[in-house]
Design a protein. Structure first.
Length: 188
Protein backbone atom coordinates (compact mmCIF):
# COMPACT_ATOMS: atom_id res chain seq x y z
CA UNK A 1 0.00 0.00 0.00
CA UNK A 2 1.29 3.43 -0.97
CA UNK A 3 -0.48 6.34 0.68
CA UNK A 4 -0.64 9.91 -0.56
CA UNK A 5 -0.66 12.73 1.96
CA UNK A 6 -1.53 16.32 1.07
CA UNK A 7 -0.74 18.84 3.80
CA UNK A 8 -3.35 21.61 3.78
CA UNK A 9 -3.81 22.59 7.42
CA UNK A 10 -2.09 25.97 7.38
CA UNK A 11 -4.02 29.19 7.79
CA UNK A 12 -2.75 30.68 4.51
CA UNK A 13 -2.12 33.98 6.28
CA UNK A 14 0.19 35.36 3.57
CA UNK A 15 -2.24 34.31 0.84
CA UNK A 16 -5.29 35.73 2.59
CA UNK A 17 -7.51 32.77 1.64
CA UNK A 18 -7.18 28.98 1.90
CA UNK A 19 -4.56 27.82 -0.60
CA UNK A 20 -6.23 24.41 -0.89
CA UNK A 21 -9.26 26.12 -2.46
CA UNK A 22 -7.43 28.34 -4.96
CA UNK A 23 -8.17 27.67 -8.61
CA UNK A 24 -5.59 26.19 -10.94
CA UNK A 25 -6.75 25.36 -14.46
CA UNK A 26 -10.34 24.72 -13.41
CA UNK A 27 -9.60 22.73 -10.25
CA UNK A 28 -8.67 23.78 -6.76
CA UNK A 29 -5.14 23.06 -5.64
CA UNK A 30 -6.49 20.27 -3.40
CA UNK A 31 -8.69 18.78 -6.15
CA UNK A 32 -5.81 18.64 -8.59
CA UNK A 33 -3.41 17.04 -6.15
CA UNK A 34 -6.02 14.50 -5.01
CA UNK A 35 -6.76 13.63 -8.64
CA UNK A 36 -3.15 12.96 -9.60
CA UNK A 37 -2.22 11.28 -6.31
CA UNK A 38 -5.25 8.99 -6.58
CA UNK A 39 -3.81 7.44 -9.74
CA UNK A 40 -0.83 6.10 -7.78
CA UNK A 41 -1.82 6.13 -4.10
CA UNK A 42 -4.51 4.48 -2.04
CA UNK A 43 -5.53 5.96 0.27
CA UNK A 44 -5.10 9.67 -0.34
CA UNK A 45 -5.38 11.70 2.85
CA UNK A 46 -5.74 15.47 2.99
CA UNK A 47 -4.82 17.04 6.31
CA UNK A 48 -6.84 20.19 6.89
CA UNK A 49 -7.11 22.72 9.68
CA UNK A 50 -9.64 25.46 10.19
CA UNK A 51 -10.95 25.19 6.61
CA UNK A 52 -11.64 21.44 6.79
CA UNK A 53 -15.34 21.57 5.92
CA UNK A 54 -14.80 23.75 2.85
CA UNK A 55 -12.03 21.44 1.65
CA UNK A 56 -14.02 18.28 2.40
CA UNK A 57 -16.90 19.62 0.29
CA UNK A 58 -14.62 19.93 -2.77
CA UNK A 59 -12.61 16.70 -2.85
CA UNK A 60 -13.04 12.94 -3.11
CA UNK A 61 -10.49 11.87 -0.52
CA UNK A 62 -10.23 11.27 3.19
CA UNK A 63 -9.94 14.55 5.06
CA UNK A 64 -8.49 14.50 8.56
CA UNK A 65 -8.21 17.51 10.81
CA UNK A 66 -5.04 18.62 12.52
CA UNK A 67 -6.44 19.97 15.81
CA UNK A 68 -3.51 22.38 16.25
CA UNK A 69 -1.91 23.22 12.90
CA UNK A 70 0.04 26.07 14.48
CA UNK A 71 2.47 23.40 15.72
CA UNK A 72 3.82 23.15 12.17
CA UNK A 73 3.94 20.94 9.10
CA UNK A 74 5.25 17.88 10.92
CA UNK A 75 2.17 17.87 13.14
CA UNK A 76 0.03 17.62 10.00
CA UNK A 77 2.11 14.77 8.60
CA UNK A 78 1.79 13.01 11.96
CA UNK A 79 -1.98 13.53 11.91
CA UNK A 80 -2.17 11.62 8.62
CA UNK A 81 0.34 8.92 9.58
CA UNK A 82 -1.54 8.15 12.81
CA UNK A 83 -4.53 7.13 10.70
CA UNK A 84 -2.69 4.90 8.24
CA UNK A 85 -1.99 1.19 8.66
CA UNK A 86 1.45 0.17 9.88
CA UNK A 87 2.08 -2.05 6.86
CA UNK A 88 2.57 0.82 4.42
CA UNK A 89 5.02 0.15 1.61
CA UNK A 90 5.56 3.90 1.24
CA UNK A 91 3.91 7.28 1.50
CA UNK A 92 4.18 10.33 -0.72
CA UNK A 93 3.66 13.72 0.90
CA UNK A 94 3.46 17.28 -0.35
CA UNK A 95 2.23 20.66 0.83
CA UNK A 96 -0.96 21.76 -0.93
CA UNK A 97 0.82 24.90 -2.15
CA UNK A 98 2.79 22.81 -4.68
CA UNK A 99 -0.06 22.30 -7.16
CA UNK A 100 1.83 22.24 -10.46
CA UNK A 101 3.73 18.98 -10.11
CA UNK A 102 3.21 16.82 -13.18
CA UNK A 103 1.42 13.50 -12.97
CA UNK A 104 4.36 11.77 -14.68
CA UNK A 105 6.58 12.96 -11.84
CA UNK A 106 4.64 10.86 -9.34
CA UNK A 107 5.01 7.81 -11.58
CA UNK A 108 8.77 8.43 -11.90
CA UNK A 109 9.21 8.88 -8.14
CA UNK A 110 7.40 5.63 -7.36
CA UNK A 111 9.29 3.74 -10.06
CA UNK A 112 12.55 4.99 -8.57
CA UNK A 113 11.41 4.06 -5.07
CA UNK A 114 10.64 0.50 -6.12
CA UNK A 115 13.95 0.05 -7.91
CA UNK A 116 16.29 1.94 -5.57
CA UNK A 117 15.44 0.44 -2.17
CA UNK A 118 16.17 3.85 -0.62
CA UNK A 119 14.46 5.26 2.48
CA UNK A 120 13.54 8.43 0.60
CA UNK A 121 13.16 9.41 -3.04
CA UNK A 122 13.14 13.17 -3.47
CA UNK A 123 12.65 14.93 -6.80
CA UNK A 124 15.00 17.70 -7.84
CA UNK A 125 14.82 20.38 -10.46
CA UNK A 126 17.90 22.44 -11.23
CA UNK A 127 19.69 20.80 -8.32
CA UNK A 128 17.06 21.90 -5.75
CA UNK A 129 15.02 19.45 -3.68
CA UNK A 130 11.28 19.51 -4.12
CA UNK A 131 7.97 17.71 -3.55
CA UNK A 132 6.38 15.27 -3.36
CA UNK A 133 8.72 13.30 -1.15
CA UNK A 134 8.43 9.52 -1.14
CA UNK A 135 9.29 7.83 2.16
CA UNK A 136 9.52 4.13 2.93
CA UNK A 137 6.60 3.04 5.09
CA UNK A 138 8.82 2.05 7.99
CA UNK A 139 9.87 5.68 8.41
CA UNK A 140 6.39 6.56 9.68
CA UNK A 141 7.59 5.44 13.12
CA UNK A 142 10.43 7.98 13.03
CA UNK A 143 8.13 10.82 11.99
CA UNK A 144 5.62 9.88 14.69
CA UNK A 145 8.33 9.79 17.37
CA UNK A 146 9.33 13.41 16.76
CA UNK A 147 7.83 16.29 18.77
CA UNK A 148 5.03 17.79 16.63
CA UNK A 149 6.80 21.16 16.57
CA UNK A 150 10.00 19.68 15.07
CA UNK A 151 10.94 20.08 11.43
CA UNK A 152 9.98 17.32 8.97
CA UNK A 153 13.43 17.62 7.44
CA UNK A 154 15.01 16.35 10.67
CA UNK A 155 13.98 12.80 9.78
CA UNK A 156 14.93 13.30 6.14
CA UNK A 157 18.36 14.63 7.09
CA UNK A 158 19.04 11.62 9.32
CA UNK A 159 19.02 9.51 6.17
CA UNK A 160 20.91 11.95 3.92
CA UNK A 161 23.55 9.44 2.81
CA UNK A 162 20.88 6.99 1.61
CA UNK A 163 18.45 9.41 -0.05
CA UNK A 164 17.87 8.79 -3.73
CA UNK A 165 17.53 12.08 -5.61
CA UNK A 166 15.64 12.01 -8.87
CA UNK A 167 16.54 14.82 -11.28
CA UNK A 168 13.50 15.71 -13.35
CA UNK A 169 12.47 18.28 -15.94
CA UNK A 170 9.42 19.22 -13.84
CA UNK A 171 9.75 22.71 -12.35
CA UNK A 172 6.48 21.95 -10.54
CA UNK A 173 8.41 20.05 -7.87
CA UNK A 174 9.68 23.43 -6.67
CA UNK A 175 6.40 25.34 -6.91
CA UNK A 176 5.58 27.11 -3.68
CA UNK A 177 2.50 29.27 -4.00
CA UNK A 178 2.51 31.03 -0.64
CA UNK A 179 1.33 34.55 -1.37
CA UNK A 180 -0.77 36.54 -3.87
CA UNK A 181 2.29 37.46 -5.94
CA UNK A 182 3.25 33.80 -6.43
CA UNK A 183 -0.38 32.96 -7.26
CA UNK A 184 -0.57 35.75 -9.86
CA UNK A 185 2.63 34.40 -11.45
CA UNK A 186 1.05 30.93 -11.57
CA UNK A 187 -2.15 32.11 -13.24
CA UNK A 188 -1.28 34.91 -15.64
Amino acid sequence: MIAGIILAAGDSRRMGSPKALLDFRGETFAERLVRIFSKYCDPVVVVAGRHAEAIRARIAATVVVNPDPDRGQLSSLQTALERLPAELEAFLFTPVDCPTVEEATLAAILQEFRSAAAPFVIPRFGGKRGHPVCAAGGLAVEFLAMPPTAETRAVVNRHESAIRYLDLADAGVLADVDDPEAYRALTP
